[in-house]
Design a protein around this ligand. Structure first.
Ligand SMILES: Cc1cc2nc3c(=O)[nH]c(=O)nc-3n(C[C@H](O)[C@H](O)[C@H](O)COP(=O)(O)OP(=O)(O)OC[C@H]3O[C@@H](n4cnc5c(N)ncnc54)[C@H](O)[C@@H]3O)c2cc1C
Length: 292
């Protein structure tokens, strides 16, 4: 399969990249690791005339954890996320997503910004990032805006990023004491397979051990990663215990809106959304009790 023809730009600064995007508008496309975009171009799903590589812009590769607030540059790779002690310490569920994404070759190239940019409902990193309450920073020549990831995904393959904007950074607010999170994905096969269902759960316990905050995000069971809002409602204000997590799992199942496809039936995916919710809550609770 041959690639369609395109011009290649390799800016070294963000400002230069923004200028190129502003000049070419809809004709241009950002390329980071290229692991998703190249496949789409070979299949002729996308044929951008101008490719703007952001992989040489050093400020997009930073990881900053000063003061507990975590800022991850859009070009931080999945392999770097997986290897980072800071990510494992602060955002273990994101680290788990990174560990499970693709193969070593893919992880070496794939970036966190690109994973969000694909807007694939089955992607590995959005559930944990949304569960942690992450925001993204979008930059263009006319300025910068910050957007909650809850409002970032518009549908399969579509995000709120405008043609002249670059996702520069992912921000996760400092997590309060008593917080914990878990992430689990399942596929038909163990390795190199698209997820069948993936779920991330995040909870914060108050000093009496009561659930103060809960966020549950399910992938593959809707056009975008979905918050399990009724499950979250069941959890808040309650003492964590198996029966409660079972009820939350059942509610998450009802919150999911999967479709039948060649990977699995909607009925199976709905059931698994509930099972994974319960299991990720167990992991989140375990972590939260060790961070009181
Ligand atoms: C064999 C194989 C296995 C895979 N396995 C998995 C898997 O298990 N789990 C999973 O989640 N994904 C998987 N993927 C998909 C892909 O590798 C990941 O989604 C990866 O994180 C994409 O990152 P990238 O840097 O390569 O993005 P690119 O391909 O460079 O870009 C992807 C999209 O995001 C846009 N984009 C990239 N960066 C930015 C930015 N900073 N600002 C705005 N827009 C941007 C691009 O324009 C493009 O539309 C797999 C792909 C392959 C080929």
């Amino acid at each position: 399969m041959l690639l369609p023809k395109f011009d290649f730009h390799e800016p070294k600064t963000l400002n230069e990249a923004c200028q190129i995007l502003a000049e070419y508008g809809q004709k241009a496309r950002i390329i980071a690791g290229g692991t998703d975009l190249m496949v789409n171009m070979k299949k002729k799903i996308l044929s951008p005339e101008q490719l703007v590589s952001i992989s040489r812009i050093s400020e997009l590769k930073k990881l900053d954890t000063a003061g507990g607030n975590i800022r991850i540059g859009a070009c931080f790779t999945v392999a770097e996320l997986n290897a980072s002690g800071e990510i494992q310490k602060h955002l273990s569920a994101l680290g788990e997503g990174a560990k499970n994404l693709g193969t070593p070759l893919i992880r070496n190239l794939a970036t966190i910004g690109g994973n969000l940019g694909t807007a694939r409902p089955a992607a590995d990193l959005p559930p944990a990032l949304m569960a942690y309450g992450a925001q993204v920073v979008l930059k263009s020549l006319s300025g910068e805006r910050t957007l909650s990831l809850d409002n970032f995904f518009l549908g399969p393959g579509f995000t709120a990023v405008k043609p002249d904007e670059i996702l520069t950074e992912i921000r996760v607010p400092a997590l309060p004491p008593g917080s914990g999170a878990g992430y689990i994905n399942i596929g038909v096969r163990k390795g190199q397979d698209c997820n069948l269902v993936n779920v991330a759960s995040f909870i914060t316990l108050d000093s009496n051990g009561i659930i103060q905050n809960a966020r549950i995000v399910m992938g593959c069971v809707g056009p975008v990663p979905l918050r399990a809002l009724s499950a979250e409602k069941i959890l808040i204000g309650q003492k964590p215990e198996s029966a409660l997590f079972l009820r939350a799992g059942a509610a998450a199942s009802s919150d999911s809106t999967p479709i039948d496809d060649f990977r699995g039936s909607a009925v199976y995916k709905r059931d698994m959304a509930g099972v994974l919710t319960r299991r990720t809550l167990d992991i989140a609770f375990h972590e939260a009790t060790h961070r009181q």
